[in-house]
Every structure is written in C-alpha cells, then in structure tokens.
Design a protein. Structure first.
Length: 204
C-alpha cells in the first residue's frame, strides 16, 4: 500500500503532467486561431479552442506576448524535430526535403504575424530569431546534404539561402488571395533537382 508521501508525490507528478498537456494544447490551439483569426484574436477564443478556462490560459501565459513567444518557440521545435523523422520515413531524401519545406511554409505563414506582434519587444524578438536560425539551419542542412548525397539534388545548395528564398516567396500571401507561394516553391525545389541522363543514353 502506498504511503502518504508516495501518494503526494504521485499526485504532484500527475498535476505536472496535466499542466504540460494543457500547455501543449493551448499552444496548438493558439497557433490555429492565429492563422484563422489573426494575431489579435480574443484570448477567450483560444481558451475555448483548447477546451480550458481563461484562468488556466493565464496561469501558463500571463500576457499575450508570453503566449505569442511560446507559440513561436513551439512551432520552431516542431519543425526542427520533423526533419530527422522525415528522413527516416520518407521514400527518398528529396521527398523528405519536400515534405519538410511544406512544414516550414506552414510555420512561416504563422510566423509573419507572430513576428509583427513582437517587433516592439526588440530583445525578445532578436532572441527568438537567433533561436529560429540555431534550430532550423542545421535541420535544413542535414536534409540538403542527404538529398545531395543521394544524387537527388545539385550539391552546394546553402540552407540559409534556401530558407531565405522560401521566406521571401511567402511574403504577401495574406494580402493577396490570388498569390499562392507554394506553386513557386514547388518550382524552386524542382530547380534543385539533379538532371539525370535519359534512359538508354549512351555512356560517355
């Protein structure tokens, strides 16, 4: 039979696990609401999407800037962790790269609004931008190296250039419904492909 101390410890661990789950649920709900309703969406809408009370939301994130920062970091981590998983599961390194770029674009669509919301807090924004590069550049480099080693893409593509180029293509999506950056990004990825000799071509 567990002692009183053991019961208290188990209860504390259970509460911590619940708190972590609530926080993750809130971050995912906030990201969805920011995409559909904008960065200034009512906090009540985010709490309702997450299925928690306003008190729970404010315990985790006392200010909107705290919530925005946490969403930003959460999405960076999700994008970073997806790279190795895609390399392990995809049919080819290029397919892993293509799927990761798709996730990266999803992140950028939200990121533009998050970045605008944090511009007034230059120190916080600068720290997040540094974290963004520190976490995502190595993942992009790993995917590019794997695709190049497999002969899927041309060697020498720099991860910063690719990420910067994709980011630039995503600018303006929100303000112009006629513009879909994903079509141009597909063309960009197609341009990275290594040209292969036609089947049956004579060896030189």
């Amino acid at each position: 039979m567990p002692t009183a101390g053991q019961s208290t410890g188990a209860s504390a661990r259970g509460k911590r696990a619940d708190a972590v789950r609530n926080q993750q649920t809130l971050l995912e709900a906030a990201a969805e609401v920011f995409v559909t309703s904008g960065i200034d969406a009512p906090i009540r809408e985010i709490a309702a999407r997450a299925g928690v009370g306003l008190g729970t939301l404010y315990r985790h994130f006392p200010t909107r800037a705290d919530l925005v920062t946490a969403v930003y970091r959460h999405q960076i981590e999700a994008c970073a962790e997806a790279g190795p998983e895609l390399l392990a599961d995809a049919t080819s390194p290029f397919e892993a790269l293509r799927r990761w770029v798709d996730l990266f674009v999803d992140f950028l669509v939200t990121k533009h609004g998050l970045a605008d919301a944090l511009q007034s807090d230059s120190d916080r924004f600068a720290a997040l931008h540094t974290h963004f590069l520190d976490r995502l550049l190595p993942v992009c480099a790993e995917l590019l190296d794997a695709a190049a080693d497999a002969g899927d893409i041309r060697p020498g593509v720099q991860p910063y250039e690719l990420m910067r180029g994709i980011g630039n293509l995503c600018i303006g999506q929100d303000s112009d419904p006629r513009y879909d950056p994903r079509r141009l990004i597909e063309l960009l990825l197609g341009g990275l492909r290594q040209p292969h000799a036609p089947h049956g071509a004579a060896a030189r």
